[in-house]
Design a protein around this ligand. Sequence first.
Ligand SMILES: Nc1nc2c(ncn2[C@@H]2O[C@H](COP(=O)(O)OP(=O)(O)O)[C@@H](O)[C@H]2O)c(=O)[nH]1
Ligand SMILES: [Mg+2]
Length: 673
Amino acid sequence: MKDVKKIRNFVVAGHSGSGKTTLCEAMLFKAGAISRQGSIAQKNTVSDYTPDEQERQGSIYATPLNCNWQENEFYFIDTPGYGEFIGETIASLYATDITLIVIDGVNGIEVGSNRVWNLSAKLKLPRCIFINSLDRERADYFQVLEQIQEAYGRTLCIPFTVPIGKESSFSKVVHVFRDAEVPKDVEDFVLKYREHIMDTIAESDEELMMRYLDGEKLSEAEISAGLHRAIQNGSLVPVFCGSAVKDIGIDKLLNGVVNLFPSPADVGKFEQEDGTESLISADGSGEALVFKSIIDPFIGQLNFVRIFNGTFRADTEVINLSTGTKEKIVQLINMDGKMQKPVLEAGPGCIVALSKLKNTHTNNTMVTNGETHEARKIKFPCPVMYYAITPAKSGEEDKVAAALHKLVESDPTISFKRHEETHELLLGGMGDQHLNNVIRKLKDTYKVEINTSAPKVPYRETITGKGEGVYRHKKQTGGHGQFAEVHLRICANTGGYEFANDVVGGNIPRNFIPAVEKGIAETMVNGPLAGCKVENVKVSVYDGKYHPVDSSEMAFKIAARGAFKEAMHKANPVLLEPVMSVNIVVPDEFMGDITGDLNHKRGRIMGMGAEEGLQVIKAEVPLAEMAKYATELRSMTQGRGSFEMEFNRYEQVPPTIATELIAKFQATQKEEE
Ligand SMILES: Nc1nc2c(ncn2[C@@H]2O[C@H](COP(=O)(O)OP(=O)(O)O)[C@@H](O)[C@H]2O)c(=O)[nH]1
Ligand SMILES: [Mg+2]
């Protein structure tokens, strides 16, 4: 059984381009897991091994990695920094014990850094920072450190290593705490933070504090335990620095992972979906979370699990607690990008792939016996962009649906469903790059192609006044004719749709009333103004006429539809449109462009404020204007902005736009007639 104290498990996250993948490569190289350090430009890094990633020279998938350092075993995950692929990053945060945030030494804090900082905070994950690329021109360690301390906390983010030299003459890093020899020009800095670290250690425990204040020297073990406590309870965020490309500061970072990062034994317990906590031990009841699933071209489905508790062994049976089915573990695989190393067993903190499971997907909990709880479930973000899709070849609807269902299973940030009101098939994702990637997979892996178009906005129709409609349906065809007449009134009704039968004296016989109601209901889903759903209307049918031979249900349905349409047109009808709550985060310099653009989009700015060195804009914007926002924001900010949005309410479409929409619809109706 593995010694849980010797396992470290972390996620490498941050803004795209900060050097995460290169840092992972440098760590693997330094630790001897690979014999030469690959580079992004040469497309030969362990992570970013897929053709999609190599082509764009940036990560879009989370990649589990594995190496040993000083007899400790590291499981870590390289993650994408792009907002559109954040689902992969979020899933990885649920699978790891600490977040290593990489921040570029030139650009400093960016949207992607804040995003993972905040996501980690929400999940109560301790954090560590690596300031990278200090060899680059214009890299400024002290400025970036200042920015980090200003944004995330001056007493929280404490440097553990400090660079010697700058830009091309950046040559090494000195450990604030461990190195005895300190160059003169950083001496003050080192002494200041050495003291600060000692204070933080002492503060992590009352008894230590007393002894420390009495001037007593703390033992190595006490210091180490104090550091662990402080990092794990979030009162200390160690800041390391270096250059991933030039292999500077990497060994000290790896030592830091061993000495500072909590092992699963230090973490001690884990939270489950229902809020209960379980203690962690290698011989406990096995529990693991599937945080990612992929289709490997050779092996087929691979499910990546983080083991929280107990030991999983190859060639044993386990239970998928979420589906209630039994699964056989054929193989447990340690992953290094695409390199696979089968292992016989894996315990708490390990991240391994399970091959050939039959019915297991992301967010399922795997257990070795049934008497346990489901692991904490990953909360994926909702799609922010949709395409309306149709199969390129007619008759392939089922094939497209089957393939998309498979893709949704492996990437929960994709959604695929038919819209209830517009009846279009909608493919949703986190942005156009994400969606285009899905379309490419459909083509390459599942051999189906689709056409895409901008989805229709689900406008709605309602009235603001009152109206009456009278409609007579009369036709004489060959044998007996068709006859029905319906008189109705409508008025606005905030409570929704209501129907009342106010016919007296049997002018419309009772047995035809359901047909009248049906005719109106049909028009309600396909409104007379622009073919949209009608809402908040009260209808009262108060009179009509019938013919003992020629009246039929069909005739009354048609008459009701006609009367309702006429009444709608008279009752000050309006179009309503969905308005979204939008949250945009951008660096300062883009504020003017963003707010100007929001004004163009008929947006209403509800608030602005600074958050961790970036600007946050809260706005309400009609959905019709937001269809391509993921793409637009990217181009306005060179990829340095991010946004989220969710439905807020329906609101009246301004008259000029409504007139245009209605005219367009009426024109298509005429064509169809
Ligand atoms: N000069 C320099 N370039 C780096 C360093 N780390 C990464 N890069 C480069 O920055 C670019 C982005 O690196 P990558 O690892 O893909 O960043 P990621 O998106 O955070 O994974 C690549 O061209 C790397 O070669 C570094 O320490 N120094
Ligand atoms: Mg990367």
